[in-house]
Design a protein around this ligand. Structure first.
Ligand code: NAD
Length: 721
């Protein structure tokens, strides 16, 4: 799975794969695609591989070739998988099945070679790359930081189709293979070796040397140590234990996906039918399942999202970013603490400043707890976690600020305070230091006005919780320079976040679009809908949580503040629902205070707190009213779609894909829907317009359709056309 390629390019495909045989009879099949950083298995590359395999088989028969090494010519990259555009182009299940059969046939030729075969895995090894490694008799991997091996096909709504579901469980056992196949989880070299997926791991600097050594030994008749599944794995894979493992896995998948994603379920079915069966028969079952999945809307939507994410990584402004090694965070609160931890985790030197010692202590504790939980999950060893934690230097003054390259301001959400803090900070940093604000709603253009170097300033908006939410909105103020944006973009990438550059405007993109959705939930409450019914309707649609649960998560005070800013900016359309206004008179803060719409115990949600209805007084009817989940879902999604259209009209972002990327990575909008506006296109803009008009008659300005929707509906176009 990797970069997109549009038209087939025979010359490039042929040049992507070369075969050389040395005097010792060691054949090296080298993948090195000339026009790309990644090696991808296009149909053309597979055809070339097929042709070269005839040569290899011939050489092996005549003893001219004694060993085959499969390797890559690219640094840190073995094979990234198949070509997503080719997968996207398949519209007939029979075609999908045939393509899988063809790939399986070619890989089986490698498996059946009568000579030793060695995969020299020097880095990223995904999808078809892993399936190719699986047909080799021996696998050596570089213990490099970029090394990861896995089968991420489910993330594209399909299953591995070149033998992955068949060979992986046979090689490493069902229990180890299932998480990889069902979630797309990848392994680093150490874990892959522990699982038995690779036979050896070596320092990247000696990979080539070690591969040659092993190849020579094998050419001289040395045998590979026999690969054996552990006794436990052999036992697990035998029926009836197998059925229990699969049953449990199915339960887990249903819990995580609520049945919205067909691929992991199809993978389980396939493995259930094929484990223990002859490989030939098993491969046929796998190919058929792949054919069925590859044409589903879910798969097409997930590939659409994958492409949006890949494009986002490359969407930096053309200017060269300034280098950064040291970053300061001003404000050690909820966000500052999380941001400092993330910076330290990515090995940047961090100064964390606050005006209160207790706030600094709290910020440090937040960071330490995050590192501790990584140690607990074995994603970091204790020593490294300690070293990373030591990178955060707390301070109550500006000492050390002269050496920082970039500042992230995360103090309270007030324009006067932010402007004062930024002005003061600017006095202590170098002239070329980049300044940013993590504000969620305030104007970046306004904030940069008093600065001596406004061009060095922009917004850098993280989402809460920082370590988990993938999105960073980068906000261009009217005076922000391309170089500043490019630098902040590079930092976001360094932090492994999805950067989205947006223009300045109240709430920027994500909070602006989300706000009417949360507000409309408040209006529904006032019309008598129950909290449970509203949240259930949206969870059933695929949202990670319903709007009331989300309000609790965000914090009712934080949400209220944001809603106020947006109401001031946009007027009647964003008028807060009376229920949410009444909520301000209560002591409820949401999850952080232990009670909001729900009650919480130890940070876990317990149940809806029915007393909230009483506290909301006259803003809610005394009796809850039945409201269909279709109506609830329609109303909440319509106001979001409309606001997104208005944000496009206002040029906050320029294309539908940016909205969808933002809403998926910033709010968890369900990826299997392909994004908010892709969903709107699926429904059809004439239908959206007709529903908006219907509700406008009844509810007023909140539903007044954006001109963009009217124009596109009239022209028979969608958001993406
Ligand atoms: P917070 O109240 O938890 O933390 C703010 C911190 O800033 C406090 O520790 C306070 O002592 C400190 N502070 C105040 N004045 C200061 C000064 N002059 N110098 C240094 N430190 C100072 O707030 P938060 O939730 O972390 O939010 C911080 C910013 O991030 C706000 O702009 C907010 O809008 C934004 N934001 C918040 C969230 C969220 O969900 N909490 C999400 C995204 C963005």
């Amino acid at each position: 799975m990797s970069e997109s390629r549009n038209a087939p390019n025979v010359d490039v495909d042929n040049a992507a794969l070369t075969l050389e045989v040395d005097v010792d009879g060691i054949a090296r099949l080298t993948f090195d695609r000339p026009d790309s950083k990644a090696n991808i298995l296009t149909a053309g590359v597979m055809a070339r591989l097929d042709a070269l395999l005839s040569e290899i088989e011939e050489g092996a028969r005549g003893a001219r070739i004694r060993v085959l090494v499969i390797q890559s010519g690219k640094p840190g990259m073995f094979i990234a998988g198949a070509n997503v555009d080719e997968i996207l182009g398949i519209s007939d299940p029979a075609e999908g099945e045939a393509k899988a059969r063809e790939g399986q046939r070619i890989f089986t030729r490698i498996e059946k070679l009568q000579i030793p075969t060695i995969a020299a895995i020097n880095g990223v090894c995904l999808g078809g790359g892993t399936e190719m490694a699986l047909v080799c008799k021996y696998r050596i991997a570089a213990d490099a930081p970029e090394m990861k091996i896995g089968l991420p096909e489910v993330q594209l709504g399909i299953i591995p189709g070149f033998g992955g579901t068949v060979r992986l469980p046979r090689l490493i056992g069902l229990t180890a293979a299932l998480p990889m196949i069902l979630t797309g989880k990848t392994l680093n070299a150490k874990r892959a070796q522990r699982a038995g997926l690779i036979d050896e791991r070596v320092h990247p600097a000696i990979l080539a040397e070690r591969v040659t050594q092993v190849a020579r030994e094998r050419a001289a008749g040395g045998k590979a140590p026999e690969h054996k599944l552990s006794r436990l794995a052999r036992m697990t894979d035998a029926t009836p234990v197998k059925s229990v493992v699969l049953w449990q896995a199915r339960k887990q998948v249903m819990k995580q996906t609520r049945g919205k994603y067909p691929a992991p379920l199809a993978a389980l079915d396939t493995i259930d039918k094929t484990l223990g069966e002859p490989v030939d028969k098993a491969l046929a079952v796998e190919a058929r399942a792949l054919g069925r999945l590859v044409v589903t809307d879910v798969s097409k939507n997930l590939i659409h999202v994958f492409k949006l994410m890949e494009a986002a990584k490359k969407a930096s402004p053309a200017a060269a970013p300034l280098p950064f090694k040291s970053v300061a965070v001003v404000g050690a609160g909820v966000m500052g603490g999380g941001i400092a931890q993330l910076l330290a985790h990515r090995d940047l030197a961090v100064r964390m400043k606050d005006i209160r010692a207790d706030a600094l202590a709290h910020g440090l504790r937040t960071a330490r707890e995050l590192f501790d939980s990584m140690v607990k999950r074995s994603s970091l060893d204790k020593r490294t976690a300690g070293q990373k934690m030591d990178r955060i230097a707390p301070t109550l003054d500006y000492s050390g600020f002269g050496a920082v390259d970039l500042v992230i301001e995360a103090v309270v959400e007030r324009m006067d305070i932010k402007q004062a803090v930024l002005r003061e900070t600017a006095e202590h940093v170098r002239d070329d230091c980049v300044l940013t604000s993590n504000t969620s709603t305030l104007s970046i253009t306004e904030m940069q006005k008093p600065l001596a170097h406004p061009e060095h300033f922009c917004g850098m908006h993280f989402f809460n919780p920082v370590h988990r939410m993938p999105l960073v909105e980068i906000i261009r103020g009217s005076q922000s320079s391309d170089q500043t944006l490019a630098t902040v973009f590079a930092l976001a990438r360094r932090l492994d976040k999805t950067p989205l550059i947006v223009n300045d405007g109240p709430g920027f993109l994500v909070n602006r679009v989300l706000s009417p959705y949360l507000n409309e939930a408040g209006w529904l409450l006032g019309e008598g809908a129950s909290i449970e019914a509203v949240d259930r309707a949206l969870v059933d649609f695929g949202m990670p949580m319903g709007p009331f649960r989300l309000l609790d998560e965000v914090g009712l005070d934080v949400a209220r503040h944001a809603a106020g800013v947006l109401h001031d900016a946009f007027g009647e359309r964003m008028q807060p629902a009376p229920t949410l206004v009444a909520l301000q008179q209560t002591k409820r803060l949401g999850k952080k205070g232990g009670v909001g719409f729900y009650t919480y115990e130890d940070g876990r949600e317990k149940e809806v707190d029915a007393t909230v209805y009483t506290e909301l007084g006259a803003t809610v009817p005394t009796v809850r009213k039945e409201m269909s989940s279709d109506t609830i879902r329609d109303r909440l999604l319509l106001v979001m779609i409309n606001e997104a259209a208005l944000a496009l009209q206002d040029d906050i972002v320029s294309k539908a894909g940016d909205v969808d990327l933002g809403m998926i990575t910033g709010t968890g909008f369900p990826p299997f829907r392909g994004g908010l506006l892709r969903y709107a296109d699926t429904v059809g803009l004439p239908v959206i317009l007709q529903k908006l008009s219907h509700y406008e008659r009844d509810k007023g300005a909140r539903y007044q359709a954006a001109q963009l929707i009217r124009d596109r509906a009239a022209a028979g176009r969608g958001f993406y056309d």
